[in-house]
Design a protein around this ligand. Structure first.
Ligand SMILES: Cc1cc2nc3c(=O)[nH]c(=O)nc-3n(C[C@H](O)[C@H](O)[C@H](O)COP(=O)(O)OP(=O)(O)OC[C@H]3O[C@@H](n4cnc5c(N)ncnc54)[C@H](O)[C@@H]3O)c2cc1C
Length: 856
């Protein structure tokens, strides 16, 4: 065993071996994988070995597609077979709602370049004759599904990595991790200490324990999972013989089961409602190649439906029941990337579908470690997407909820109840008393909308407009015509201070920093010129800046800020989290309300649009921004939590004579739509350049050498390939939700239409050589110009909904820049729940296009 290496990967499951292979392929060969026992000694050896590309997050779906296409490559390099069976598979819908869900998934597939197809239950039965098709209303076929040998695949990765020079040490547990002052990690193992620049936690079932070695409680939990194997079945053998094909994989949402052929019998697994965590607090180190006792009672309800839906299976004898543990994060997606607050400590864990995702996880992480950037939009699996609130008990409740709902529909207006309320502001009880329907915003209870008095404050979940439609319309109209107040405690808030603060922010942000008492809006981009943040920044005093941003990105942004902090201590960053809370008042009467509560002049001239001021509001010390996301006249008022009730009551009392109403987050998001304002993580994501995102006026290329300037200047000079645009959609009773395809009747060539999922960071060709430029871009497959008569899919929706004040259904999305700028392009169509609805690009915001109201 070497004593010094560039990187140590802890864990020899499928994920650790994939990370090792990808690091070696990227040129880091001075690396070592340390495994406690033999390879696959965690959850990998007893997996059912199924793989598929579909995922709720299209970016994760792309990484799953990469994983599937990688198997041939590792087989070739290693000489080890993965026993790949690419059978294809179907998802069966038993209700119209589930069919809507499949239509959405199929529509998404159109711009992701996936060949899914909506088929009838009888067509599905022809490929899996054991089903009773009368239980279903429709199905979706995906040809890129199948199964493989889990151990063979893990070994193929490990052999390929070894061929490229990586070292693998078996039967050697990592017992401790410490870090030297210079950042070097001491990886203390049973066989001695290895010094490493980087450590990767691929501990699978023990990832949580490895996190604890460095003081981190990762939001990951193992769950018991059962599948059964039948005796050989004559029906299966007969099908194979008569068709010359294997039976396909089937996913049955109602039964919460998946099933497929295994040898000449059937494998059937369940995601039962009565799910059970395994080792909820500590994972025993002596757990190895053993299985858990089966518990048929627990999966009986699923089996009962399963046998009704697949009567052919019921007749077969059960040969074996496998019960094994594997890990999940709160939302079922992996935890990947550098852990905020630590240096060179990386995670690739909570990978619940290692054989669909392991390759993509390995590629993204190795890109990140070697080139400083994952090269893909990996937000959906970034370890930074959960906050400190996701502790052990919270994780337990959420993972159980996620597991039991694995095959349930998540409606766009559905808030899930587990582990709530977690964090609340002082106004929580008041908001409930006001009949608020609350939502979870990064662990914080936040009012979404207010139900009318006497009505139960509860969403009726739906893909269509629902019971919040009327009340949100009322909130919007009252705010736009009079005045409204809403809680904004869920924004991220930071203070950056010190003599180097301004220079630091100027280096990170694309816009100029404001003068004292003024505010700017500014994107933040990475070295590759891609959007990684969007902030409101106020200069609060000499060497002191207040920053507001996206709540969910707090750890993601802190990681970036910390990475770029000058080493001389000249800049301090403080993240407030819930030690600073806020209220926003907006609407034409908002100044009248605020003026009653302050002892200073806040007239148009004295307190201008985009001014920042510290002032007492209703007697409480507050910071006030003259800006609101509604795009109206309005203010954001920030205070310590101890003052929030006082300020809220003062606003309500002062507002009474003006007809002030409470409004929630959904009304706020509706109002931003009619102003064409983008949102972070929807319109603005690290796959788009700032000019593609139509953020032109916030990019000051001439100001200084900010991070990403060169790439942004190139984008500007060459012209953006895509453009973010707003549409008005001729919708019926359902609005867009995001990820719908945009169609156009194109008469000219507007260039290649690709949804980027990868960006700037280097990629590699078949021989492991780095490829750059246009060749690299080819790796980012996406919209493939699907032809349907003259209509083609030309782009994708990022978000949208109903803009209540202008009474229009609106959408934002990306289309080729040349098409966005061609006034003769004519009509577009946006596919909503399988129906293509006419849509028109809307250049000017339909509400207050010249921004006069917010400047009044
Ligand atoms: C019953 C069942 C069915 C499944 N079916 C499928 C399926 O069909 N398709 C699919 O994609 N996935 C399936 N899975 C999930 C799949 O098994 C996991 O996604 C995958 O195994 C995760 O791999 P991993 O490498 O992250 O973790 P693990 O396989 O748990 O590997 C972690 C490794 O780290 C080692 N380790 C931990 N701590 C230390 C330490 N301190 N020092 C040294 N070594 C350490 C362990 O010994 C272990 O070998 C299934 C799982 C189960 C239980």
């Amino acid at each position: 065993m070497k004593s010094h290496v560039k990187a140590v990967v802890i864990g020899g499951g499928v994920v650790g071996c994939s990370v090792l292979y990808h690091l070696a392929k990227a040129g880091w060969t001075d690396i070592m994988l340390i495994e406690r026992s033999e390879l696959t000694s965690g959850s990998s050896w007893h997996a059912a070995g199924g793989f598929h590309t579909l995922n709720g997050d299209p970016n994760v779906a792309k990484l799953q597609a990469y994983t599937v296409q990688l198997y041939k490559e590792i087989e070739e390099i290693s000489g080890q077979s993965c026993s790949l069976h690419l059978t294809g598979g179907v998802m069966m819908a038993d209700t119209p709602e589930r069919m809507d869900f499949l239509r959405l998934a199929h529509a998404k597939g159109r711009y992701l370049g996936m060949d899914t197809e909506l088929i009838t239950p009888s067509e599905a039965k022809a490929m899996f004759p054991l089903m009773d098709e009368t239980n279903f209303v429709g199905a979706m076929w995906d040809p890129v599904e199948g199964h493989l040998d889990p151990s063979g695949t893990t070994i193929a990765y490990s052999k390929a990595a070894k061929k490229l020079g990586a070292e693998i040490v078996l039967r050697n547990r990592v017992v401790e991790l410490t870090q030297e002052a210079d950042g070097t990690w001491n990886v203390v193992t049973e066989q001695g200490t290895v010094k490493a620049e980087h450590v990767v936690n691929c501990g699978g079932l023990w990832a949580r324990e490895i996190g604890r070695m460095v003081g981190v409680e990762l939001p990951v939990l193992a769950m018991e999972h059962m599948y059964l194997l039948t005796e050989p079945m004559p029906e299966v053998e007969e099908f194979n013989k008569s068709t010359g094909r294997e039976m396909i994989g089937v996913l049955d949402f109602k039964g919460e089961i998946y099933t497929r052929q295994e040898r000449n019998g059937i494998l059937l697994g369940t995601y039962e409602k009565a799910c059970k965590p395994w080792s909820p607090v500590n994972t025993p180190w002596d757990f190895g190649h053993e299985l858990l006792p089966p518990d048929l009672d627990r999966i009986a309800p699923s089996l009962e439906i399963g046998f009704k839906h697949f009567p052919g299976i019921e007749k077969a004898g059960i040969k074996q029941i496998i019960n094994g543990p594997f890990t999940f994060a709160l939302d079922g997606n992996p935890l990947v990337g550098p852990v905020q607050g630590l240096t060179n400590f990386w995670c690739a864990c909570a990978v619940m579908a290692g054989f669909s995702q392991g390759g993509g996880v390995g590629l993204a992480l190795s890109n990140w470690m070697v080139h400083g950037d994952p090269g893909f939009d990996v937000w959906g699996m970034d370890v930074a997407r959960f906050g400190e609130w996701a502790g052990l008990r919270y994780t337990n409740a959420k993972v159980r909820e996620n597991y039991s709902r694995r095959f349930s529909i998540r409606f766009p207006n559905e808030e899930l109840p587990a582990a709530r309320p977690a964090q609340t502001t002082p106004l929580y009880d008041t908001m409930l008393a006001n009949n608020a329907v609350m939502g979870d915003s990064w662990g914080l209870e936040t009012p979404l909308w207010f139900a009318p008095k006497g009505k139960e404050p509860k969403d009726i979940v739906s893909f269509h407009r629902s019971n919040d439609f009327g009340p949100i319309g009322e909130e919007v109209r009252a705010t736009r015509e009079r005045v409204g107040v809403t809680e904004i405690a869920n924004f991220a808030k930071y203070e950056v201070s010190g003599p180097g603060a301004e220079e630091f922010l100027n280096r990170l942000m694309t816009n100029r920093m404001p003068k004292t008492g003024r505010i700017v809006l500014t994107p933040m981009i990475n070295e590759f010129g891609k959007l990684i943040g969007d902030f409101t920044i106020a200069k609060a005093g000499e060497d002191r800046f207040m920053i507001w941003g996206s709540s969910a990105a707090q750890k993601y942004h802190m990681r970036w800020f910390e990475k770029h902090l000058p080493k001389d201590g000249s800049v301090r960053i403080h993240r407030f989290d819930q030690t600073l809370v806020g209220l926003s008042i907006a609407g034409p009467k908002s100044r009248d309300v605020l003026q009653k509560l302050v002892d200073v002049d806040i007239s148009t001239k004295a307190f201008r649009f985009m001014d920042f001021r510290e002032m007492a509001v209703g007697g409480a010390p507050c910071m006030v921004n003259r800006i609101t996301y509604t795009g109206d006249l309005g203010y954001e008022i920030w205070m310590a939590p101890a003052y929030q009730r006082l300020v809220y009551k003062a606003i309500k009392d002062a507002g009474e004579e003006f007809g002030l109403v409470d409004f929630g987050m959904r009304a706020l998001l509706s109002m931003r739509l009619e102003k064409n304002f983008p949102t972070w993580f929807r319109e603005l994501r690290p796959i788009y350049g700032p000019f593609e995102g139509s953020m032109d006026r916030f990019i000051k290329l001439e100001k200084n050498d900010f991070i990403g300037r060169e790439a942004a200047a190139k984008e500007h000079a060459e012209g953006p390939k895509l453009r973010r645009v707003s549409f008005i959609v001729d919708a019926a009773d359902a609005d867009v939700m995001g990820d719908e395809p945009i169609w156009a009747k194109v008469s000219k060539d507007y260039g290649t239409v690709e949804k980027p999922h990868g960006y700037g960071a280097p990629r590699f060709d078949d021989k492991g050589k780095e490829v750059r430029g246009s060749k690299a871009a080819e790796g980012a497959s996406a919209v493939r110009g699907i032809v349907d008569g003259e209509w083609r899919v030309v782009g994708w929706v990022t978000s949208g909904g109903y803009a209540h004040y202008v009474r229009k259904s609106m959408a934002q999305g990306y289309v080729p820049a040349a098409l966005a700028e061609d006034e003769s392009a004519g009509l577009f169509e946006i596919e909503i729940l399988g129906h293509r609805r006419p849509a028109r690009i809307n250049v000017e915001a339909p509400f207050d296009p010249n921004g006069e109201k917010m400047r009044t």
